[in-house]
Write a protein that binds this ligand. Structure first.
Ligand code: PEP
Length: 251
């Protein structure tokens, strides 16, 4: 049985004082949620988010992490720094990092390994662009991204891995993949995981991300291999985030 997850990706939104307000709204809103609730916030909001969510059912994550342990990497944040703050999760390989910050499959792998070795849970993002989908290479691309991201990750560490399938054409565009499109790729990702990790792959949560909102979450989450959502825009409104979290049917 995979525990369903909703993970918010706040992106570059909310100052620390604005974050305090949103977390205060979220705490009562999601307190009875039957899924795991994660909020991934900008680095500058992490201290506030961790302090405010102590003793609640909200888990805090970062949106990125550097792969080196320490040293001359101006502007970067290490996995140990996140762990020391009480952060539990980190997103790696988000398509915006790949698109705007030259993230590659290789650096995604290095970040995932650094995070896992430090004891963090990672949410590894994969997904195709519109052009790649139209060219019919979605499966090849997702296979490559998933396999390289998980290079040298052990079966034991897989307990701390979440995969997020995020078709780039659906992120922040209002265009959602249909539930069938999502299920097709989620099931495909699970076969890739099975090739490497066998039956343990059935334990790995695979989230859908891309314009997920209260109105489309129930249909997406009803699919066998869709274990929840990585939520961008809708995670910035407590009511929407809560409503998405209520979209899980009994499977
Ligand atoms: C995301 O940023 O991971 C995301 C899915 O964004 P949105 O929900 O806004 O499309």
């Amino acid at each position: 049985m995979r525990k369903p997850i909703i993970a918010g990706n706040w992106k570059m939104n909310k100052t620390a004082s604005e974050a305090a307000v949103l977390v205060d709204e979220l705490i009562p809103a999601v307190k009875d949620a039957s899924c795991e609730v994660v909020i991934c916030t900008p680095y500058t909001d992490l201290v506030t988010a961790v302090a405010k969510t102590k003793g609640t059912n909200i888990h805090v994550g970062a949106e990125n992490v550097h792969f080196e342990k320490s040293g001359a990497f101006t502007g970067e944040i290490s996995a140990d720094m996140l762990v020391d703050l009480g952060v539990e999760y980190v997103i790696v390989g988000h398509s915006e990092r790949r698109q705007y910050f030259a993230e590659t499959d290789q650096t995604v792998n290095k970040r995932a390994l650094a995070a896992l070795n430090a004891g963090l849970k990672v949410i590894i993002c994969v997904g195709e662009s519109l052009q790649q989908r139209e060219e019919g290479v979605t499966e090849e691309l997702v296979r490559m991204q998933t396999k390289i991201a998980l290079r040298d990750v052990t079966a034991e560490q897989m307990a701390n891995v979440v995969i997020a399938y995020e078709p780039v054409w659906a992120i922040g565009t209002g265009k959602t993949a249909t539930a069938e499109q999502a299920q097709e790729i989620h099931a495909y990702i699970r076969t890739i995981l099975r090739e490497k990790f066998g039956a343990a792959a059935d334990e790995t949560p695979i989230l859908y991300g891309g314009s997920c909102k209260p109105s489309n979450a129930p249909e997406l989450f009803a699919k066998e291999d869709v274990d929840g959502g990585l939520i961008g825009g809708a995670a910035l409104k407590a009511a929407d985030f809560l409503a998405i979290g209520k979209g899980f049917p009994q499977k």
